[in-house]
Design a binder for this molecule. Structure first.
Ligand code: NAP
Length: 306
């Protein structure tokens, strides 16, 4: 099959290549998926740079990518949950970094897989799993409900733009930090935008003088702001700051979970959740997608469409 691979860790795209790779092996309880779309996430370039080597082994050459939407083409032994031809999506992270989704085919354990919502096109479905499951895990941990005012740091990115919608769906008031060019985008999603940077605490206080009851941080380095605007019993989580547990918050780590992913699919099919895809790239230009992600200024999702 055609795939993107890298043979060693690198801080840039220098180790990336595009060419032939062996088809993924298909184990018991797995489905082989023909990739129609593969969402790109900051973790893809972080893994590629060796940033997760202390947590996970890599077997080179590595095919990067953990998000997929596509069509089931083959079933491993004893995999009755799915059928050939099913349109599915998954957060396909495995224990070893090796056979990812930036490829024509990927094998995925059935418990990671959910059916693709009809309301989302392929690119949107490919961009949903990792970011959507992260946002859902954060909001579940915070137990956000209609009594909350939720501040989201990084509300216009992949995780943030979905967290905004999940917060609104639960009835919360949502304030989201972003740059001015994304204010209208956040308003469309139902959030009140505030510009990040110097003076952020004052701008949040101007919107909500009594403070916010919950904070979800998708940027990192925001603890001073968070503590300045959080009410005394407020809750906070971060996906991007590993010191947050030492400050009364919780460091969230997303897990592959087909059941939770199906919850997100149901929200999409009810019209309560959509995925903003700001860029798509063909498989042979995956390097361009990773370059965009490294800027840290993408809106919604960047997706590879083989
Ligand atoms: N622990 C986990 O399980 C987990 C899971 C998913 C993601 N993450 C991490 O969470 C972070 C967010 O992921 P993502 O996929 O949402 O990233 P992303 O899509 O790359 O986020 C980009 C967005 O961040 C905004 N942004 C940049 N600097 C900002 C700042 N100082 N304040 C507010 N917004 C800012 C940008 O807005 P402008 O363009 O307007 O500047 C842009 O829209 C990353 O660090 C990622 O590695 C962790």
């Amino acid at each position: 099959m055609r795939a993107v691979t890298y043979g060693a860790y690198a801080p840039d795209n220098s180790a990336l290549s595009y060419g032939e790779a062996p088809d993924p092996k298909l184990g018991p309880g797995q489905v082989r998926v023909r990739v129609r779309a593969a969402g790109v996430n900051p973790v893809d370039w972080k893994v590629m740079a060796g940033g997760l080597d202390g947590m996970m082994d890599a077997v080179f050459p590595v095919i990067p990518g953990w998000d997929v939407a596509g069509v089931v083409t083959e079933l491993g032994p004893d995999t009755p949950e799915f059928a050939v031809g099913d349109e599915v999506m998954a957060y396909a992270r495995k224990d070893v970094v090796h056979a990812g989704t930036f490829a024509e085919y990927v094998a995925v354990p059935a418990p990671f897989v959910a059916r693709k919502p009809a309301a989302l096109d392929w690119a949107q479905a490919g961009g949903l799993p990792l970011a959507g499951l992260t946002a859902l895990r954060c909001l579940d941990h915070l137990a956000v409900d209609a009594r909350d005012t939720l501040l989201i740091h990084g509300a216009s990115g992949g995780v943030g733009s979905i967290a905004v919608q999940l917060g609104r769906e639960r009835g919360a008031r949502v304030i989201g930090t972003t740059s001015p060019r994304n204010h209208d985008f956040l308003r469309r999603l139902g959030a009140e935008p505030v510009t990040y940077g110097e003076g952020l605490v004052e701008r949040v206080r101007a919107l909500t003088p009594d403070g916010v009851s919950a904070v979800a941080d998708f940027v990192g380095g925001q603890l001073d702001v968070t503590r300045a605007v959080l009410t005394p019993n407020g809750r906070h989580v971060s996906t991007a700051d590993n010191t947050v547990d030492q400050h009364g918050g919780h460091w969230v780590w997303v897990r592959p979970d087909g059941t939770k992913l199906a919850e997100l699919a149901a929200l999409a099919d009810r019209g309560a959740l959509t995925v903003e895809v700001s860029e798509t790239h063909p498989l042979d230009r995956a390097a361009d997608a990773l370059t965009t992600l490294r800027t840290g200024h993408t809106r919604g999702k960047v997706v590879i469409v083989p």
